[in-house]
Design a protein. Structure first.
Length: 324
C-alpha cells in the first residue's frame, strides 16, 4: 500500500482551507507521516513592494509573524497535533514550493487550485508550473471537495509503440504508480475505483482521406484490431499489477475497467463528469497515440477542463529544472 511519509500542505487562503487541511491531517495520520503546513508570500505583492524600500527586514518579519499566527490558528481548528510544522516562505510560489520539496524531501504536495475563473480554467499559472516541474506528486483539492470520495479514477496510458525500450518501461512504471496510489486512496476512502484508458486509431482518417479511399470494411477491421491491441495491453498491465503489492488492493476493490475511443483531452473530462468522479489520479508526462505528448499539451488541456480534484504524478526518473 502506497504511503506518503513527508507531506507539504500549501495554504493560500486560510478562510477557504479548512477542508483541505482536514484531509491533509487525515492522510498524515493514516500514513503516520510528517505534515508541514506552509504559505508562500509573494514578494511582488503591492503592499510589500511599496514598503520594502523603507523597512525591508521589518516588513518581512511582520508579514511572517502574521501569516504564521494565521496558520497556527487554522491548524488548531482541525487538529490537536502539536507536531505539525508551520513554515512561511517568501518568493515566487511555485519556485519556493519546488525548492523546499527538494530541500526537505517532501513526497507529496497538497494545495487548493488557484482561482483562475477569469479564464474559465481550474488551474492558474503557478499550478501549471508545479504540474510541469515539481518532482513529487501534487494533489490539487478543489474547495468544495466532499469530505470523502465516492469515485476515484486512475487514468493510464498503455504504449503500443515499441520502437524504443526505455520509454515503454518508463510508461509502465508510471502506470503502476498511478494504479498503486489510486488503489491505496480508494481503500482509505472506501471509494469505487475506475481504471480508464483512452485509445484512438487516427490512421483511419488517412485511410479514407482525399488521396486514399480504402473500403469501409478495411477501415472498420483496422479500428477493431487497434482496439483489441489496446485492450490486450491494458489487460496485461492489470495482470502485471496483480503480481505486485497492488494486486491485493485491486482484488479487494474490484475496479471498473473502461476502454474508450477518442482523444484523451475530450474523453477524460467528459467521462469524469458523467461518472461524477471525485478524484483523478494521472500522469503529467505521457504518450498519447503515435506522436507522444509532453506536459504542456494534451495533459494540461485535460486538467484545464475538469472540475474535480487531481493527483498528478511524474514518471520515474523525472528531473526538475529547478535545483538547490
Amino acid at each position: 500500500m502506497k504511503r506518503f511519509k513527508n507531506i507539504l500542505c500549501i495554504i493560500e487562503d486560510t478562510q477557504a482551507s479548512q477542508s483541505i487541511l482536514q484531509r491533509a491531517v487525515k492522510l498524515a495520520t493514516d500514513n503516520q507521516a510528517k505534515l508541514t503546513v506552509a504559505s508562500v508570500i509573494n514578494n511582488s505583492k503591492a503592499s510589500f513592494g511599496i514598503l520594502k524600500n523603507f523597512l525591508d527586514m521589518d516588513v518581512k518579519t511582520l508579514l511572517k509573524k502574521e501569516k504564521t499566527k494565521e496558520l497556527e490558528d487554522l491548524t488548531q481548528t482541525v487538529s490537536n497535533q502539536s507536531d505539525i510544522e508551520i513554515k512561511v516562505f517568501f518568493g515566487t510560489p511555485f519556485y519556493e514550493i519546488i525548492y523546499h520539496v527538494l530541500l526537505n524531501n517532501y513526497d507529496l504536495v497538497i494545495k487548493i487550485p488557484e482561482n483562475a475563473s477569469w479564464m474559465h480554467r481550474l488551474f492558474g499559472s503557478n499550478d501549471m508550473h508545479l504540474l510541469r516541474k515539481c518532482p513529487c506528486p501534487v494533489w490539487f483539492i478543489k474547495k468544495n471537495s466532499p469530505e470523502s470520495f465516492n469515485h476515484i479514477m486512475a487514468a493510464v496510458d498503455v504504449n503500443i509503440d515499441t520502437e524504443t525500450e526505455e520509454e515503454p518501461d518508463t510508461q509502465e512504471k508510471l502506470n503502476h504508480q498511478i494504479l498503486q496510489i489510486a488503489s491505496s486512496l480508494a481503500v482509505s476512502e472506501l471509494a469505487q475505483l475506475h481504471v480508464l484508458h483512452v485509445w484512438d486509431a487516427p490512421e483511419t482518417a488517412l485511410m479514407q482521406g482525399a488521396f486514399i479511399k480504402m473500403p469501409d470494411s478495411e477501415v472498420i477491421k483496422y479500428a477493431q484490431e487497434m482496439q483489441h491491441l489496446h485492450d490486450s495491453k491494458l489487460q496485461a498491465l492489470l495482470r502485471d499489477a496483480a503480481h505486485t503489492q497492488i494486486g491485493d488492493m485491486l482484488k479487494f476493490l474490484k475496479p471498473n475497467i473502461h476502454l474508450l475511443r477518442g482523444l484523451p483531452n475530450k474523453i477524460i473530462p467528459q467521462f469524469a463528469q458523467k461518472l461524477q468522479i471525485d478524484l483523478i489520479v494521472m500522469g503529467t508526462v505521457a504518450r498519447t497515440g503515435l506522436a507522444g505528448v509532453i506536459m504542456g499539451n494534451t495533459a494540461e488541456d485535460i486538467l484545464n477542463q475538469i472540475d474535480c480534484s487531481v493527483l498528478a504524478i511524474k514518471p520515474p526518473g523525472f528531473k526538475t529544472p529547478i535545483s538547490l
